[in-house]
Design a protein. Structure first.
Ligand SMILES: C[S@@+](CC[C@H](N)C(=O)[O-])C[C@H]1O[C@@H](n2cnc3c(N)ncnc32)[C@H](O)[C@@H]1O
Length: 250
C-alpha cells in the first residue's frame, strides 16, 4: 500500500477552511440523508460537514489522518459547543467497535487513495463499519477531458482568500499533468501571499471514471442505490460535475 502523501496540502486547517469557504452545497445533501442513527465521516478534515451535522443533533464521529486538520476541527467544535468524537487514524486501518447508519466519504477524498490496495482497504473499512441497513455515500468529481489534457505549463485559477495570520491576500493557482497509466493527476498548487515568493505544494489525485467507480463499489460489496450528478439530486449523466454514489451493503 502506498503511504499517505497529502499532508503538505492539509498542513493548516485554517487555510483549508478559508480556501473552501464557498463549499457549502453538500452539507444539506448529507443532512437529508441522515436518519436517526450515528454518522461516521471518513477523511473529515476540519469538520466542514461534521460540525453542521452535529449542530443538527446527529451523533457524529470524524476520522482523519491529518493531526493539523483535526486540531482545527476540535477547536471549531468546541467554539460551536458541539460534541463530536474525533479520531486521528488512517481510514484504511480503521477498526472501531461501532457501526453507523450513515458513512460519508465527501469532497473527492477517495482521490487520496491511489493504488488498488489503498482503495480496497478504504472501502472495506467503510463496509465493516456500516450498519446492516446503513448507507455509504461517496462524492468524487466526474473527470473532464479538458482537465485531464492540461499541459504542465498551463496555470489555472483555484482560489483567492485572506491569509489567516497576516490577512494579506493569498492567490492559489494550479498546474497539472495527468498520467494515463496510473490514472493519477499530479497537481501542483502555487500559493502566493501578497507580493511574496510563490510556494509550490503537490496534490496528487487518483482519477475515477464513472463505470470504473461503479464497478469498484460493487466489487467492494456495495449495491448502488442511487447515483447523482449534483447535490440537488439530478441523476448522474455525461455532463455531470460530480459522481455522488449512495450505496448499501450488497
Ligand atoms: C478534500 S479533504 C476533505 C475534508 C472534509 N471531508 C471536507 O469535506 O471538507 C480530504 C481529507 O482527507 C484526509 N485524508 C487523506 N488520506 C486519508 C486517509 N488515508 N485516512 C484518513 N484521512 C485521510 C486529509 O487529511 C483531508 O483532511
Amino acid at each position: 500500500m502506498k503511504p499517505v502523501d497529502c499532508q503538505p496540502i492539509y498542513r493548516d486547517g485554517r487555510h483549508y477552511d478559508r480556501l473552501n469557504a464557498d463549499v457549502v452545497d453538500d452539507i444539506p445533501f448529507y443532512g437529508r440523508l441522515a436518519g436517526a442513527g450515528p454518522i461516521l465521516e471518513l477523511a473529515c478534515g476540519t469538520g466542514r460537514i461534521t460540525i453542521p451535522l452535529a449542530q443538527d443533533g446527529h451523533a457524529v464521529t470524524g476520522v482523519d489522518v491529518s493531526a493539523s486538520m483535526l486540531r482545527h476541527a476540535r477547536d471549531k467544535a468546541r467554539a460551536a459547543g458541539v460534541h463530536i468524537r474525533w479520531i486521528l487514524a488512517d481510514t484504511r486501518a480503521l477498526a472501531l467497535r461501532a457501526r453507523f447508519g450513515l458513512i460519508l466519504l465527501p469532497f473527492n477524498s477517495l482521490a487520496h487513495f491511489h493504488d488498488a490496495e489503498s482503495i480496497g482497504a478504504c472501502l472495506s473499512a467503510a463496509r465493516r463499519h456500516l450498519a446492516f441497513d446503513g448507507r455509504f455515500v461517496v462524492d468524487m468529481f466526474n473527470p473532464r477531458f479538458d482537465y485531464l489534457t492540461r499541459q504542465p505549463d498551463e496555470r489555472h485559477f483555484v482560489a483567492r482568500y485572506e491569509d489567516p495570520d497576516s490577512e494579506e491576500p493569498v492567490l492559489v493557482t494550479e498546474s497539472s499533468s495527468y498520467d494515463r497509466a496510473s490514472q493519477m493527476m499530479h497537481n501542483r498548487w502555487h500559493f502566493r501571499v501578497g507580493d511574496g515568493a510563490e510556494e509550490v505544494v503537490p496534490l496528487n489525485m487518483r482519477v475515477f471514471f464513472p463505470q470504473e467507480l461503479d464497478a469498484i463499489m460493487r466489487c467492494a460489496g456495495f449495491a448502488i442505490e442511487a447515483k447523482y450528478g449534483d447535490y440537488g439530486g439530478t441523476p448522474f449523466s455525461s455532463s455531470a460535475e460530480k459522481q455522488l454514489i449512495v450505496c448499501r451493503r450488497a
